[in-house]
Design a protein around this ligand. Structure first.
Ligand SMILES: *Cc1c(COP(=O)(O)O)cnc(C)c1O
Length: 361
C-alpha cells in the first residue's frame, strides 16, 4: 500500500564516494557538504552515515546545523556562509559550529560578542569568484584581528572557492589558486580551497581542508568522462512504476497541451512520477527513462504526478513494472541536460513528498 515513487539512497555508495575524496587527496582532511538537506538526500541520514568517517560537516546556515545537532550529530559543523545575524555567534560557540567570516560585519559580530567559550573561525578570501569573501588585500588585517580575539580559538583556516573548477581546460582555477596563495603568503595557517571538481581534477588545489559536496552524491561535476569522476557511485535512484497502459492510433496526442502526437500506432505507459516528485517539468519528449533495463522515451509533457512514456518498442509492459528516472544506469546529469539544468539542481530540489528509502550494506 504505497505510491511507488521513491528516492532510494545508497549509503554504501555515499561512503565509497567520501573515501574516494580522501584517496585522491591523501594529505587533506575533507569536510562533507550536507547543506540543502544533503543535496536532497536527507541531511540527518547522510550525516549519520558519514559521521564515523569525517572530522566535521559543512552546511549553509545555522538552521541546518541545528537540525543536525537536534538529531544527535556531534561532530563540529562549519557554517559555510558564516552567520546572518549577530545573535548566531553565541549559538555557534555553544554548539561547536565553526564560523566562516566573509566580511567586516561578520568579523565585528564575532569579535564583539560576549561569549562563554570561544569559537573556531575560517576566513573566506575572494580570489576571483566575486560572490563572497574578503579582498586579498584585507587578509592580513582580518587574520590578525581573528587571532588576537579572545572569542576565537585555535587555528584560523584561510579558505577560498572556485568559479570554474569543473572546466578542466579553463585556467581561471590556476589563476584563483595563484591569487589565493599570494594573498596568504607568509601566514602560517591551514588552507582550504577544493570543492568536488577541484578534488577530482585539480591536484594543486588540494590543501589542509577540502570541501567535497556534489561528488559525495555520486555524480561527476564534469560534462565529460573523467578518470576520477567515473569512479563515483550514484547515491540516489529515483524510481516509480507503471500505473497505466494504452494503445493509441496514428495522429493521437498525449498529455497536456497535446504536444506529442503519435506517428505510428503506439503503446503509452503512464508512470507515477511528476514535477511534484522532483522530476523536471522541462524534460522534453524523448528524454529517456529505464524500463526493464531499456531506455524508453518520454512522450508528452511532464504533469505534476505523472509522466507518459512511449513503450511501443518494448515487448511486454504491465502495470506495476518498475521505472527508473535516474540512478546508476541513467545518470542524473543526462536528464538534467535534457531539462536545461544541472544534476545539482535535480537532486537538491527533490521534494519532501518523495519518500527517501535508505539502503545500507
Ligand atoms: C557547497 C559548497 C562546497 C561544495 O561544492 P561542490 O561543488 O558541491 O563540491 C564547497 N565549498 C563551499 C563554500 C560551498 O558552499
Amino acid at each position: 500500500m504505497a505510491r511507488p515513487a521513491q528516492a532510494r539512497i545508497d549509503l554504501a555508495a555515499l561512503r565509497h564516494n567520501y573515501r574516494l575524496a580522501l584517496q585522491l587527496a591523501p594529505h587533506s582532511k575533507a569536510v562533507p557538504a550536507v547543506k540543502a538537506n544533503a543535496y536532497g538526500h536527507g541531511a540527518v541520514d547522510v550525516a549519520r552515515a558519514l559521521e564515523p568517517l569525517v572530522p566535521a560537516f559543512g552546511v549553509a546556515c545555522i538552521e541546518e546545523a541545528l537540525e543536525l545537532r537536534e538529531a544527535g550529530i556531534e561532530k563540529p559543523i562549519l557554517l559555510l556562509e558564516g552567520i546572518f545575524t549577530a545573535d548566531e555567534v553565541a549559538v555557534a560557540a555553544a554548539e561547536n559550529f565553526w564560523m566562516m567570516v566573509e566580511n567586516r560585519i561578520q568579523l565585528e559580530a564575532l569579535v564583539d560578542a560576549e561569549l562563554a567559550s570561544p569559537v573556531s573561525a575560517w576566513l573566506k578570501v575572494d580570489s576571483g569568484m566575486h560572490r563572497l569573501g574578503i579582498s586579498p588585500d584585507d587578509v592580513r588585517g582580518f587574520y590578525n584581528a581573528l587571532r588576537e580575539s579572545a572569542n576565537v580559538k585555535g587555528d584560523v583556516v584561510l579558505a577560498t572557492h572556485f568559479a570554474c573548477s569543473d572546466e578542466l581546460d579553463n585556467d581561471f582555477t590556476a589563476r584563483q589558486i595563484q591569487c589565493f596563495k599570494s594573498a596568504v603568503e607568509g601566514i602560517e595557517a591551514p588552507l582550504s580551497m577544493a570543492n568536488s571538481a577541484a578534488i577530482l581534477g585539480w591536484q594543486e588545489a588540494h590543501a589542509d581542508w577540502n570541501r567535497p559536496g556534489y561528488m559525495l552524491y555520486g555524480t561527476s561535476p564534469f560534462a565529460h568522462s573523467h578518470e576520477h569522476g567515473d569512479k563515483l557511485q550514484p547515491v540516489m535512484t529515483l524510481r516509480s512504476a507503471v500505473i497505466g497502459i494504452r494503445e493509441i492510433g496514428v495522429g493521437e496526442s498525449v498529455g497536456y497541451g497535446s504536444s506529442w502526437v503519435s506517428e505510428r500506432p503506439s503503446r503509452i505507459a503512464t508512470v507515477a512520477i511528476g514535477y511534484g516528485d522532483g522530476y523536471p517539468r522541462h524534460a522534453p519528449s524523448g528524454t529517456p527513462v529505464l524500463i526493464k533495463g531499456r531506455r524508453m522515451p518520454l512522450a508528452g509533457r511532464v504533469s505534476m504526478d505523472m509522466i507518459t512514456v512511449d513503450v511501443t518498442d518494448l515487448n511486454e509492459v504491465v502495470i506495476g513494472d518498475e521505472v527508473i528516472l535516474w540512478g546508476p544506469d541513467l545518470p542524473v546529469n543526462e536528464i538534467a541536460k535534457q531539462a536545461g539544468t544541472i544534476g545539482y539542481e535535480l537532486i537538491t530540489r527533490m521534494p519532501l513528498r518523495t519518500p527517501r528509502v535508505y539502503l545500507d550494506d
